[in-house]
Design a protein around this ligand. Structure first.
Ligand SMILES: NC(=O)c1ccc[n+]([C@@H]2O[C@H](COP(=O)([O-])OP(=O)(O)OC[C@H]3O[C@@H](n4cnc5c(N)ncnc54)[C@H](O)[C@@H]3O)[C@@H](O)[C@H]2O)c1
Length: 248
């Protein structure tokens, strides 16, 4: 039996990077996948790749910061697969418009908060009633090592990811009695296409990654564990995946 047999997962930001790697990994382990992304072409390609390999997937357009689109994303998933067992909130990411509080672009601050923090909240708010109805589920959020240790120069992103971390903890408390687990991953440097385009080897987290930077599959494997029943007693956890950068 595969590790996610019989489960349905929504993966936001599933069109690229960590979300894409996770969609493919979850599908290989037997889950039906709703690949959600505001780039619906990218989501469609991942869903097609899963179907071609014999899995089951749909692509859903979903800007996680838009309540109507999130509602449609969840409704489409339930219509197609009947339930939602796993929600992986992966959509998001920082940008070069970020910086120290005195310099960062204020519009960028609100964009980051809207996508990374509010988007996570909105998807949880919409999926949790479905999970309650079906007796439980696993919520996987993605923060950043920046929210765990002190780093320079991305204060909007850091604040937003700090919010994701705190939100995950409080949700884990509130929904445990319904069998819903909520955990958050805190990656260091992950060499997705987006990050590879701007990361420099003198980046302090990169330099301190004793085991080297992560590949998207490394994070997907941790998400897979959190999605599966192997982690059935794990909730409210902050799981660092940083090649050792935070202990250096
Ligand atoms: N790559 C890293 O080094 C790293 C480190 C720590 C945390 N993270 C987090 O991991 C997540 C994924 O990062 P990645 O590097 O794989 O990024 P990525 O850019 O490769 O993929 C992100 C996906 O999210 C989608 N997306 C963006 N905004 C969206 C929105 N409003 N609604 C729906 N979809 C949206 C994009 O279209 C894209 O397909 C992000 O939340 C990021 O903050 C990444």
């Amino acid at each position: 039996m595969a590790r996610l047999d019989g489960k349905t997962a929504i993966i936001t930001g599933g069109g690229n990077g960590i979300g894409r790697a996770s969609a493919l990994a979850f599908a290989r382990e037997g889950a039906s996948i709703a690949v959600s992304d505001f780039n619906v072409d990218a989501a469609g390609k991942v869903a097609a790749e899963i179907e071609k390999a014999g899995g089951s997937a749909i692509a859903v357009q979903g800007d996680v910061s838009d309540e109507t689109q999130v509602g449609a994303m969840v409704a489409d998933t339930v219509r197609e697969f009947g339930k939602v067992d796993v929600l992986f909130n992966c959509a998001g990411g920082g940008s070069t418009k970020d910086g120290p509080v005195t310099e960062l672009d204020l519009d960028e601050f609100w964009r980051t908060i809207r996508v990374d923090l509010f988007g996570t909240l909105l998807c949880c708010r919409t999926v949790i009633p479905q999970m309650v109805k079906s007796g439980g589920g696993s919520i996987i959020n993605i923060s950043s090592l920046r929210a765990v240790i002190g780093t320079y120069g991305a204060d909007a992103y850091t604040a937003s990811k700090g919010g994701v971390l705190a939100l995950t903890r409080t949700m884990a408390m509130q929904w445990a009695e319904h069998g819903i687990r909520a955990n958050v991953m805190a990656p260091g440097v992950v060499l997705t296409e987006r990050v590879s385009a701007f990361i420099k080897e003198d980046n302090p987290i990169y330099q301190k990654s004793l085991l080297g930077p992560c590949e998207p599959d490394d994070v997907a494997n941790l998400a897979l564990y959190l999605a599966s029943d192997e982690s059935r007693k794990v909730t409210g956890a902050v799981l660092r995946i940083d090649g050792g950068a935070s202990i250096y």
